[in-house]
Design a protein around this ligand. Structure first.
Ligand code: FAD
Ligand code: GLY
Length: 351
């Protein structure tokens, strides 16, 4: 039987960024990915690193701030290891909200007109956020290359079918044979109810990639819709939020409704040409917060989970990787993990 020190089950951004963090700390890691790495929620995302979005639950603040502080290093590490570019596409956002949150300053009509002429604030508050966005397809292309360049064994087309706790370690039963691991971390995203049996579910988001010959270098966002410029006259428009199981079909009526919402926020986008559409599955827990930390209650420190990052997993990947590495190495934690504890839910069939 092959063996590994740490097995990571799931090769999305959460699993791959954790693998990089662990290998940098001298650990030996194998990532098991059922399909192609970073080809599920992680490639489908809009790429906003929205740590200050007032729609985010307050409990996310510490993890989001930690992640944001680590994101530039993470991005540069991926670029250096892969030799591929993962550029920042935008550096600020305008948020339109019903109320001006504490600590923010209302943008003046002149400021808005100079950045996003025509933005429809319709009596609501609008304010600037210093917040970056990256392109998830660029990140998803580079990340697996970076992971392999770092010496991590990334096994694609390798589904983990069962995990057994044994006296000498943890047996990972895959579609390509069994492995013996010292520890296992589940980063199975929207599939976490299947393995390891945590209450996470898929929440679908349909998205639009559109072209429009109109300058904009700033994300526009309301609670209903967002418009993310990718440069060169291309824009991502998102997103629906649907409980539709594992269905990833795109529906024309939903896309038209999404485009109409975008045009209500910023009328010029109503003239955009749709280039492509897709849907992804956000992993969501019952309280919308991630599920992070130890899974085994006997203090063996062998089984861990990092799932259910819902709408902010791209932002939160480097912070989650740091926190999980600290957990695994028994170090002081950078973030209070209490809101994210695995045992806050009744566990169904946790292995
Ligand atoms: P995934 O990327 O889904 O990876 C999980 C992986 O586990 C999959 O590759 C799957 O094949 C694998 N797997 C599952 N079970 C097994 C098994 N048994 N064996 C082997 N492999 C297995 N976040 C942001 O921060 N900013 C945004 O702007 C943003 N926009 C979004 C827009 C949309 C439409 C969507 C869908 C999401 C968005 N998100 C955004 C959220 C973000 O994409 C997710 O939170 C994040 O990608 C979750 O990463 P993950 O690695 O947990 O999941
Ligand atoms: N964070 C963007 C989305 O989930 O649609």
């Amino acid at each position: 039987m092959d063996s590994t020190e740490i097995a990571i089950v799931g090769g999305g951004i959460i699993g791959l960024s954790l693998a990089l963090e662990l290998v940098a700390a001298g650990r030996q890691v194998t990532v098991f990915e059922r399909g192609t790495a970073a080809s599920e929620a992680s490639v489908a995302a809009a790429g906003m690193l929205a740590d200050q979005d007032p729609e985010n639950p307050a409990e996310l603040k510490q993890l989001s701030s930690l992640s944001r502080s680590l994101w530039t290093d993470f991005r540069q590490q991926v670029e250096r290891l892969s030799g591929m570019a993962v550029p920042v596409h935008t550096r600020r956002s305008i948020q339109v909200a019903h109320h001006l949150p504490e600590g923010f300053t209302e943008a003046t009509p002149e400021e808005i007109a100079s950045v996003a002429p025509g933005l429809n604030t319709s009596g609501k508050s609008a304010f600037f956020l210093e917040e970056e966005s990256i392109c998830p397809p660029e990140l998803s292309a580079a990340l697996p290359v970076a992971v392999r360049a770092a010496g991590i064994s990334l096994l694609e087309q390798t589904s983990v079918e069962a995990v057994h706790d044994r006296a000498d370690g943890i047996e990972i039963v895959t579609s390509n044979g069994s492995w013996l691991a010292g520890q296992v971390v589940y980063t199975t995203g929207a599939w976490a109810a299947q393995l390891p049996g945590l209450p996470a579910a898929p929440r679908k988001g349909q998205m639009i990639y559109a072209s429009l010959d109109h300058p904009l270098d700033c994300v526009l966002r309301s609670p209903d819709v967002y418009i993310v410029p990718r440069g060169g006259g291309y824009f991502v428009i998102g997103a629906t939020v649907e409980d539709a199981g594992f269905d990833k079909q795109v529906h024309d009526d939903d896309i038209q409704a999404l485009l109409a919402r975008a045009a209500a926020l910023w009328p010029p986008i109503g003239n955009a040409t749709i280039v492509s559409t897709w849907a992804g599955l956000r992993p969501v827990s019952p309280d919308h917060l991630p599920i992070l930390g130890p899974l085994d209650d006997q203090g063996k420190g062998r089984t861990w989970a990092a799932v259910a990052h819902y709408r902010n997993g791209i932002l939160q990947a480097p912070g989650t990787a740091r926190l999980m590495r600290e957990f695994i190495e028994g170090q002081q934690l950078s973030v209070d993990p209490t809101p994210f504890r695995c045992d806050r839910f009744a566990l169904s069939s946790v292995q």
